[in-house]
Design a protein around this ligand. Sequence first.
Ligand code: OAD
Length: 252
Amino acid sequence: MDARTARDVSDLRERLGAARKVCVLTGAGMSAESGIPTFRDAQSGLWSKLDPMQLASEAGFRADPRLVWDWYAERREGVRRAQPNAGHEALAGYERRHPGRLTLVTQNVDDLHQRAGSRGVLRLHGDILLDRWLEHCPHQPSLTDTAGAIPGRPPKCPSCGNLVRPGVVWFGEMLPEGAMETAERAAFECDVMLVVGTSGAVWPAAGLAQVAREAGAHVAILNPQASAIDDQAHVCLRGTAAGVLPGVLKGV
Ligand code: OAD
């Protein structure tokens, strides 16, 4: 670590130690060192090889439900095999040491923050391990309870043929009710906003750094590469989540 980065880390540690409220926004880079691919990294990112409109939109699912279902099934397996990394653990430890101080907002559809011990995580883009009905199904007790579906690829409603789909937010869809409002409030109220491992390319999540900055928070970005929202940050730490977060959060 060069002298300037060391100074930035030390300043951030001081701020995190003294803050009344902290908001953390994470993206796919948070889980990269757990072996889950990001979306936009030039070589390894999912969207560098695959068409997001085919695999992550309702129209794509309707056009070829089996293809999309199988792709998510493979990603679900990857998520189940993955383990939280030192960055997830460091955030969960900070939350445990300071009950009520941290709001953790994630764009990630994996459950690694939760498995590391973080509670009350705001999951803006849903949960890849969850099933839900494509349409509201009048034959089922609720939109999320898919227990009665006939197994298959994808599973189907035995009465009307309605399909089961993964519980992620696809392009063009609304975020889970209330999640963005709660995240915006946390960004507005925090003293320190830490943004980890996101390209800042997808809205409205990318706008949270600006909400925090305009409300007077100190904004820090942790990413090995430049992101689209670096101009909102007071400081950009160039490093990885598992490499840098433990040092930033140790003992604060
Ligand atoms: P992206 O794939 O767009 O960006 C990942 C970011 O992580 C990049 O800026 C990388 O430089 C950075 N990165 C890579 N490795 C890292 C590491 N070890 N530590 C820290 N950072 C690292 O992922 P998101 O910004 O999360 O949407 O993408 C936003 C949304 O676009 C996703 O939630 C997904 C996708 O379409 C939905 O699922 C709805």
